[in-house]
Design a protein around this ligand. Structure first.
Ligand code: S3P
Length: 196
């Protein structure tokens, strides 16, 4: 009987320890992770770099991180292995960076829309959706230098239709973000104000 009580007390103390650790980690840890999500061309990387400078955090562009890890460019991975394999790789690197401390991560436009990636981001940091109008995305993407396999060779009209169609599917994922910032003039200080 005494042994059983001692055993139960020991388990109780152990559980108490674990829960205090979890509460501390979730609410009181002083490191931070910020994830910027949104359609291609919405300005995640530019915003990420500015934020990282202002907040003295490390900026990670998830696409670049992936390219460096696999020694191939995204267009190469799409061409050689197809989109499905790219998404698996993207998930893998996302898991990796979601464990880093004090980082600002600009994700690829599709990243939140596959697997439970957006939940992973919400559970490991603060997620911001940069919600930019289709017409602004078109004008940015038309002049962009980065090669993007999903929109390669599209005319401005085709691109407009493609974005509208994709956005309808992707929006529910993007809108799972903790914060939604609308418009092309989203500024870094607005983000900083929100996380203070
Ligand atoms: C993609 C967006 C790209 C890149 C890949 C696929 C997408 O990133 O991850 O070409 O599915 O929207 P950016 O949003 O940085 O262009």
């Amino acid at each position: 009987m005494l042994k059983q009580v001692q055993h139960d007390v020991a388990i109780g103390v152990w559980l108490l320890g674990i829960s205090r650790y979890l509460v501390f980690t979730v609410f009181f840890s002083d490191f931070m992770r910020i994830f910027l999500i949104g359609f291609m061309g919405c300005g995640k990387s530019t915003m990420g770099r500015t934020l990282a400078l202002s907040l003295n955090m490390t900026f990670i562009d998830l696409d670049t991180f992936l390219e460096e890890k696999y020694f191939r460019t995204i267009p190469q991975i799409f061409a050689e292995e197809g989109e499905a394999n790219f998404r698996l790789k993207e998930r893998k690197v996302l898991e990796e960076v979601a464990a880093f401390d004090d980082v600002i991560v600009a994700t690829g436009g599709g990243a939140p829309c596959f697997f439970d990636n957006v939940d992973l981001m919400n559970n490991s940091g603060l997620c911001f959706f940069l919600d930019v109008a289709t017409s602004s995305l078109v004008s940015r993407l038309i002049t962009a230098k980065t090669e993007r396999p999903l929109i390669k060779g599209k005319s401005p009209e085709e691109l407009h239709g493609f974005i509208e169609e994709m956005m309808e599917k992707r929006r529910p994922f993007y809108e799972k973000a903790r914060y939604i910032l609308k418009g092309i003039e989203i500024r870094a200080d607005q983000v900083i104000e929100l996380i203070k």
